[in-house]
Design a protein. Structure first.
Length: 187
């Protein structure tokens, strides 16, 4: 018989096993990324499945309109992707071993942003009829091609409109984890 693990939300199922901490990942990447790759510190985004590393590349100057500038920026991002592929793979392998998460990469240049490798992780959920009808309405209206795409669209929309609330919630969870770690060990 499989037993659940204790975690942030109390008793958890076998599929919700504890995840290695990646609290020091931004510092690790700051020390590990080669100098000169980016114009400043890389943006590191972490969840339980993936670490996304996005750096800012030097701006490009090009004569022409916004279309020419966007093409030049996309070209700079593509060149970075090709020229750094082998070293990014090596860094990703080291980080994946250290943090137990897939590492994905991206770059920004001016107003352009490219994400090279990122995960699309399946998430199981149970929805009641009223919730399924919302998804079906999005599919039937052409907003989404499938229920899963409609659900992803809905999550993005909530994320955009509840950004501050979600940030406050994440900070509160971090504070609780800190207090829990400082408290007595009752095991």
């Amino acid at each position: 018989m499989m037993r659940g693990h204790q975690g942030r939300g109390g008793r958890r199922g076998w599929q919700q096993a504890e995840v290695l901490s990646a609290e020091d990942a931004p510092g690790w990447f700051a020390g590990r990324l080669p100098e000169g790759w980016f114009t400043g510190p890389a943006e590191i985004t972490i969840d339980r499945d993936e670490i996304l590393v996005v750096g800012t590349l030097p701006p490009v100057e090009v004569d022409g309109d916004e279309t020419a500038l966007a093409a030049a920026e996309a070209g700079r991002i593509d060149r970075f992707r090709e020229e750094t592929r082998e070293e990014r793979i090596l860094i990703a392998q080291q980080a994946e071993h250290r943090y137990g998460r897939t590492v994905s990469w991206g770059a920004s240049c001016g107003g352009s942003r490219g994400i090279f490798t990122t995960q699309a992780v399946p998430v199981m959920t149970r929805l009641r009829q009223a919730e399924r009808q919302v998804l079906d309405t999005l599919v039937e209206s052409g907003v989404a091609r499938s229920r899963s795409e409609a659900l992803a669209w809905s999550v993005r929309l909530v994320g955009e409109h509840a950004e501050q609330w979600l940030a406050d919630l994440k900070q509160a969870m971090t504070d609780v984890d800190k207090l829990r770690a400082e408290g007595p060990n009752l095991r």
